[in-house]
Design a protein around this ligand. Structure first.
Ligand SMILES: Nc1ncnc2c1ncn2[C@@H]1O[C@H](COP(=O)(O)OP(=O)(O)OP(=O)(O)O)[C@@H](O)[C@H]1O
Length: 799
């Protein structure tokens, strides 16, 4: 309770002090045209430097000193650590415009009155404000109440903004800029001079005073200005009228800035006044029922002040502060919708109302939103709200000068303006000192060094264990490559469109079962391998690519390995009947191509694609004789030949090593599938290549063996028994009629002994095993009695 009472007391005294017009003129009004280059800044730009961003080049480290509505604990902590500064981040000052009309209906003109301690009353409605300037207040009073705190804030490193809001004709432009004549005469204390020229007059005087009073500090200042208007939802450069419809950019380094907006460097108040006059003369004006020369665009004048303090460190750098002074003169809505303005003005009026409405909504959102709920989206509703992001709810001390009229006919507009001010006061602006100190620079340098070290470690692979499993990134690539090499045959892995692929769900039970069966087969295959090697003794089992250089006249065509045929087999072929010949040709042209699903994320890798990109339609290109035209082929891509060749050439593993490696890889794949449920949906695009190692053969002499029935006919997987040429279902049965989308032709009887560097059976096994990474269920079925039977038949026939 005690704390609450103290807070309330503090707030009340703060409001009271702000409410009273008590600020003395900070400096004399003489203009000294100071030369600001006491110490050389890091950059010495020319005076006029157009086409630069409107915001500071570097985003300074921001030190929090004052914020609105912080949590109680945070507030206590902040007060303990920060210098005492009770300046609220958002202030609302009301100024009443002198009456210009005589009462026509006898009603009281002066219905707006000040009520203690710090409120403005309109009828029975009361609004809490931070300052009140009645209709007798002068421009100097307005400057004292609003302008002087802005200067103090800016020189302390805060961003400071003044936003004039109110109905058309209530004196916004007059209060902010004053009469043009007063601006031209910058040396005199003209009564009509507005807040902005007074601020700069005072600012430059203060800067000079600081430099002269403490030359040992060697602080250098540099100021640059920009001036823009938001007209019909477009941003135009008031300092360069040819620059229209400029774009707002936002990035971490520069924050919000307007691209290509002219920045002009200034060092005297005359410089600023010239810019102000130039910009204001380019502003769009029109006529409203309240104002003959009414502003029809919102204008934003920004002055960036950069200050460098030299220190005695090695780099001569001590601290740098960058602050912004922003003047926002909003166009006011007309009191009368039917003001007799031209059609063009009506359109302008619509835009003015729309943009002000969005600004009002933004203020509502910001005033109601909790600190944690703030996001960028409300600012992006319009150009105006976006470009004023720092002013509304951001890093800025902002004063809302609500211009009102005491005329009765403006009552609605006056109430609306005061309501706006009341809500704006609740905005959670967080004003920070924008400073970079030497410590900050050192800290950032350390951070950069650490990040560089981390990057270097990451690049060199010294990242400890792989976080995402064995089959991720490079590991996955290497593993798949090893597996492919170990199978001693080329694998073409086409990208196959997902939409037409068959989804395979793999459940854990299947995987466990499969794993057991593979283990069993692992041992049995070793036996089979031994047997096979015995049977193959006497045959040339060299796997050198150079061993069988059956080059063809198609040498310049894409070359892939194929089944080379020995004389025995050739004889065997010749003795077969025509149908068998056709089968042989068909199988001879066969090869294996496995299309890994693009969705197997950790295994999927673009670099695997030494393969053609196969689309659904492209898969039906090459057909084997005797097969329906819809049979699938995926290998007629010339670009693959080199990749295939290199794949084959890199095959240096012995058959047993290959077997062991393949099984090991396969187990990893299975483990991976068990661990990660994501890839359980596999898509199979199967096209069989030859399994055994074979010398190259041009594509012209090989073709596909993956067969697909015409689209739309069933999707059940099956295999064609190459001996009987009947489709078998997955369990090895021969159904009456199987319409398959994908069929696997198992080539038999065509393998040459010379070329079979790896036993055919093992190759078959490995091939299917490899497929297991894609299609567990199929493997599982093949490992079932029926499937095994079929596989064994093939092997027997071969042997
Ligand atoms: N406090 C004041 N003392 C003397 N004249 C004033 C005062 N306020 C406004 N005026 C005069 O009223 C007229 C309209 O003022 P001003 O153009 O500043 O209004 P505004 O709010 O900017 O209107 P709009 O939104 O249409 O641009 C001007 O001629 C201006 O000189």
């Amino acid at each position: 309770m005690e704390m609450l009472r103290r807070n309330l007391k503090r707030q009340a005294s703060r409001s009271l002090s702000a409410f009273a017009v008590s600020s003395p003129r900070a400096v004399d009004q003489e203009n000294h045209h100071p030369n600001l280059a006491a110490a050389s800044p890091p950059m010495s730009p020319s005076k006029n430097s157009p086409r630069q961003g409107a915001s500071p080049r570097s985003k300074p480290v921001q030190r929090s000193v004052s914020s609105v509505a912080p949590s109680k604990a945070a507030a206590e902590e902040e007060q303990a650590s920060a210098p005492a500064d009770d300046t609220p981040a958002v202030k609302v000052v009301v100024r009443v415009r002198p009456t210009v009309c005589r009462p026509v209906d006898g009603k009281d003109l002066f219905f707006v009155r000040k009520t203690p301690p710090c409120s403005v009353a309109v009828g029975d409605r009361s609004f809490v404000v931070d300052g009140f300037l009645d209709d007798r207040a002068s421009q100097a009073d307005a400057f004292d109440m609003v302008g002087v705190p802005m200067i103090e804030s800016a020189l302390a490193g805060f961003n400071a903004s003044l936003v004039c809001y109110g109905q058309s004709g209530t004196g916004k432009t007059y209060t902010m800029w004053g009469a043009l004549a007063a601006m031209i005469d910058s040396s005199s204390d003209h009564a009509d001079k507005g807040i902005a020229p007074r601020v700069f007059q005072n600012l430059f005087a203060q800067i000079q005073g600081r430099q002269e009073s403490s030359p040992e500090k060697q602080t250098s200042y540099q100021c640059r200005c920009s001036f823009l208007e938001v007209y019909n939802e477009q941003i135009n450069d008031l300092l360069d009228p040819s620059q229209r419809n400029l774009q707002i950019r936002e990035n971490a380094g520069n924050g919000i800035h307007v691209e290509n907006l002219t920045d002009e460097y200034v060092s005297t108040v005359e410089d600023v006044n010239q810019i102000l006059m130039k910009g204001l003369s380019n502003r769009k004006v029109g006529t409203t029922s309240m104002n003959l020369k009414s502003s029809r665009s919102h204008v934003i004048f920004t002055c960036v002040i950069e200050a460098w303090s030299k220190g005695f460190s090695s780099n001569g750098f001590s601290s740098s502060r960058t602050s912004r002074i922003t003047f926002v003169d909003l166009a006011g809505p007309d009191i009368d919708e039917l003001d007799g303005g031209s059609k063009h003005c009506t359109r302008e009026e619509r835009h003015v109302k729309k943009s002000l409405s969005k600004l009002g909504k933004l203020v509502n959102i910001l005033s109601e939103a909790q600190e944690t709920q703030k996001d960028d989206s409300p600012h992006k509703q319009s150009c105006l709200t976006h470009v004023l992001k720092d002013t509304f709810g951001g890093n800025s001390r902002v004063t809302f000068l609500c211009s009102i009229s005491s005329e009765h006919r403006c009552r609605t507009g006056t109430l609306s303006t005061l309501r706006f001010g009341e809500r704006a006061k609740l905005m959670p602006n967080k004003a920070l000192i924008n400073e970079i100190s030497e410590d900050d620079v050192n800290g950032l340098s350390d951070q950069i060094r650490q990040l560089k070290d981390e990057l270097t470690r990451t690049k060199s692979g010294d990242t400890g264990s792989c976080k995402s499993g064995y089959f991720s990134g490079q590991n996955a690539r290497e593993s798949l490559h090893n597996l492919r090499v170990s199978l001693n045959r080329s694998l073409i892995l086409p990208h196959i469109e997902i939409d037409s692929e068959e989804e395979m769900d793999v459940d854990e039970e299947d995987v466990h079962e499969l794993r057991d069966q593979i283990r069993k087969l692992h041992s049995s295959s070793e036996d089979a391998f031994e047997d096979f090697m015995d049977a193959e003794s006497g045959n040339d089992t060299s796997c050198s690519m150079g061993e069988n250089p059956r080059t063809t006249e198609d040498d310049d065509q894409p070359v892939i390995d194929d089944y080379d045929e020995g004389p025995d087999m050739e004889e065997h072929k010749m003795s077969n009947n025509t149908k068998a010949d056709q089968d042989l040709v068909s199988v001879r042209k066969s090869f294996l191509s496995i299309g890994a699903s693009p969705q197997l994320s950790p295994m999927q890798d673009p670099t695997l694609c030494s393969s053609p990109k196969i689309h659904n339609k492209a898969r039906k290109s090459i057909t084997s004789p005797g097969l329906p035209p819809s049979k699938i082929s995926v290998s007629d891509c010339p670009s693959d030949s080199n990749a295939v060749r290199s794949s084959l050439q890199s095959s240096k593993l012995s058959p047993t090593d290959s077997l062991a490696a393949s099984l090991q890889r396969g187990l990893h794949i299975i483990e991976y599938h068990q661990q990660d449920p994501a890839p359980r949906k596999s898509f199979v695009g199967l096209s069989f290549d030859h399994f055994a190692l074979n010398p190259r053969q041009s594509v012209a002499k090989v073709s596909s063996s993956i067969q697909a029935s015409p689209e739309g006919q069933g999707a059940a997987s099956s295999a064609l028994c190459s001996s009987c040429k009947k489709a078998m279902d997955i369990d090895g049965n021969q159904p009456e009629n199987i319409n398959t989308e994908k069929q696997i032709v198992i080539p038999t009887g065509v393998m040459s002994n010379e070329s079979a560097n790896v036993p055919l059976k093992v190759c078959y096994l490995m091939a299917y095993f490899y497929i297991s990474s894609i299609s567990f269920r199929r493997i599982k079925h093949f490992l079932k009695p029926g499937g095994q039977h079929h596989l064994n038949n093939c092997f027997k026939e071969r042997d």
